[in-house]
Design a protein. Structure first.
Length: 366
């Protein structure tokens, strides 16, 4: 079965690097916040074009840590999308703040700046644009709104390692950037991991303190924190894999180019590229009104396509009727009915892509 993502294929392709990293850490005798985490924080922050990286336990905690570092909680409202991983909304509630969910731009699946403008209230403190599927949100418009209204911007970069917007890496555009290294992400660990990046040294210091009990250098808790450390073994693996990120993203773009070329003319909406943004194709998402039929047909042909995401977050049992939705999420709900994620990972062969293409074509052409 060809799946949407395949971390096992990554292990097979990069076994030497990964095994070496694991043994390096095991042999070192140092398992928490050691040299591997330090090196990875420095190198990954540099990749993001910022001065500071704070390794954490996972991407959800990265968002929570950024919110808490910026002092957001209580009655504060945070505007984001419903069309995202549940984690984005979950982190806002974990911070004690109120998520306010707005619609997406239908072509790019990212937050609609017009919807943000309409949703800003006296209680709004922050915006979380999600660079969904590997492509940046409309950050010029997001940052202009943030400046005009004195809001903080936390970028959810969990699907966009290495993506750029007007030549700048995502994570460097807002006040803080949040990454996940869940195994299927563009840069994935062999377990959980995450990072907050920022160019602001004061924010970085506070984030570093909060991720480990609020401790200062003398292990005195200066303020209440918790524990969300990036594991030394995962950091070692990520140090081994970071040098492959650009080549892996380039391979994702090659597969996207094959799909773009071979899936034209079927009445299927292919991914739109935002002007000035470089897409890293965490997912290759097409749209069709015959979504359920296409999914079933692909499955019969050995292709495990996915749906990212349905239902949208505001229609999950945990959130339905409870989360603030200032305007109908028409584009979000329509996208959730139409989207299909085709297999997309760097270890895919051209022949795998051809198998996907042929199965999609037989569905539409018989
Ligand atoms: C994966 C993901 C997260 C959460 O990351 P975890 O490491 O699973 O906690 C957050 N936001 C988005 C958009 C994601 O894709």
């Amino acid at each position: 079965m060809l799946l949407c993502a395949n971390p096992g294929a990554r292990y097979a392709a990069k076994k030497d690097r990964i095994d070496a990293a694991v043994h390096r850490v095991l042999d070192s005798g140092w398992y928490i916040l050691g040299d591997e985490v330090k090196a990875f924080e420095a190198d990954f922050a540099a990749c993001c074009g910022v001065g500071h990286g704070i390794g954490v336990g996972n991407g959800t905690d990265a968002l929570l840590l950024a919110l808490r570092t910026l002092g957001i909680g209580g009655d504060d409202e945070v505007i984001t999308v419903s069309h995202t991983a549940t984690a984005t909304v979950s982190a806002i509630e974990m911070a004690g703040a109120q998520p306010v969910l707005v619609d997406i731009e239908p072509d790019y699946f990212t937050i609609d700046p017009k919807a943000i403008a309409a949703a800003i209230s006296e209680r709004t403190r922050a915006l979380i644009p999600v660079h969904l599927y590997g492509q940046a949100a409309d950050m010029d418009a997001v940052m202009a709104l943030a400046e005009a209204h004195g809001l903080k911007v936390i970028e959810d970069c969990a699907q966009a390692h290495g993506a750029t917007y007007r030549e700048k890496p995502v994570g460097s555009l807002g006040h803080m950037g949040c990454f996940s290294f869940y195994p299927t992400k563009n840069l994935g660990a062999m377990g959980d991991g995450g990072m907050v990046v920022s160019d602001d040294p004061a924010l970085a210091d506070r984030a570093r303190r909060l991720r480990e009990y609020g401790w200062d250098a003398d292990r005195v808790a200066r303020e209440p924190g918790w524990n969300t450390r990036l594991d030394e073994i995962q950091a070692g693996i990520l140090n081994g894999l970071l040098p492959c990120l650009d080549a892996d993203n380039a391979r994702r773009r090659e597969i996207a180019a094959i799909y773009d070329r071979e899936l034209q003319g079927l009445g299927l909406a292919l991914p739109a590229r935002r002007h000035g943004a470089e897409h890293v194709f965490h997912l290759y998402v097409v749209r069709t009104e015959q979504r359920d039929g296409l999914l079933a047909h692909l499955r019969e042909h050995g292709i495990g396509a996915g749906v990212h995401y349905a239902p949208p977050t505001h229609l999950h049992d945990a959130y339905r009727g409870r989360i603030e939705i200032p305007a109908p999420l028409t584009e979000t709900e329509q996208a959730a009915r139409q989207i299909v994620s085709l297999p997309m990972y760097p270890e895919m062969q051209d022949a795998d892509a051809a198998q996907v293409v042929s199965a999609v074509r037989t569905f539409f052409e018989g």
